[in-house]
Design a protein around this ligand. Structure first.
Ligand code: MN
Length: 199
């Protein structure tokens, strides 16, 4: 069974006006699909063709001779995780245990928000901002290009794609405005809370 493009968990226009249907059409239908196609081409006939995405990532991380497989596999996984990190009517303050853990870890929800925005805005070039759990603590991290917390023993709770293809049609060079929209209107805290229960 080849790797497949997961369906978006919402309609293409469901995140408007914050992320347009045009952006999602290209981002999911072209960019994410291309990573899936590349991964299938690169793994065809090898044992990795029947592995899970997580195993593809862990097995090829740090192996320069298989950088293409890692990059495409990680991008397939990262994008699937990103779609789930978004929801219509999302954003704002998390609640419950997640809120308590963020307050404990960062001092306040505002301090967490500032740390996440800082990571997303300062990732130089293409990459991702993340909230992860590592050794029982919640941390904000950023990764370049396809790199992913799965390759570093961390458990991702939420991610924001900061590749230009994620926001350029809607925000052009204004990445900080896109990150604000992510945090204020889109981030799926229920998904983060579910992930926290598996840490
Ligand atoms: Mn992307």
């Amino acid at each position: 069974m080849p790797f497949e493009l997961p369906a978006l968990p919402f309609a293409e226009n469901a995140l408007e006006p914050h992320v347009s249907a045009r952006t999602l059409g290209f981002h999911h239908g072209k960019h994410h699909q291309t990573y899936v196609t590349n991964l299938n081409n690169l793994t065809e006939g090898s044992p990795l063709a029947s592995a899970t995405l997580e195993d593809v990532i862990r097995e090829t991380a740090g192996d320069a001779s298989r950088a293409g497989v890692f990059n495409n596999g990680a991008q397939v996984w990262n994008h699937g995780f990103y779609w789930q990190s978004l929801t219509p009517g999302g954003g704002g303050a998390p609640r419950g245990e997640l809120a308590e853990r963020l307050e404990d870890g960062f001092g306040s929800l505002d301090a967490f928000r500032s740390a996440f925005k800082e990571a997303a805005v300062t990732q130089f070039g293409s990459g991702w901002a993340w909230l992860v759990a590592e050794n029982g603590a919640l941390k904000v991290t950023k990764t370049g290009n396809a790199d992913t917390p799965l390759a570093h023993g961390q458990t991702p709770l939420i991610t924001c794609d900061v590749w230009e293809h994620a926001y350029y049609l809607d925000y052009q060079n204004r990445r900080p405005d896109y990150v604000d929209a992510f945090l204020d209107n889109l981030v799926n805290w229920d998904f983060a809370s579910e992930n926290l229960t598996r840490v």
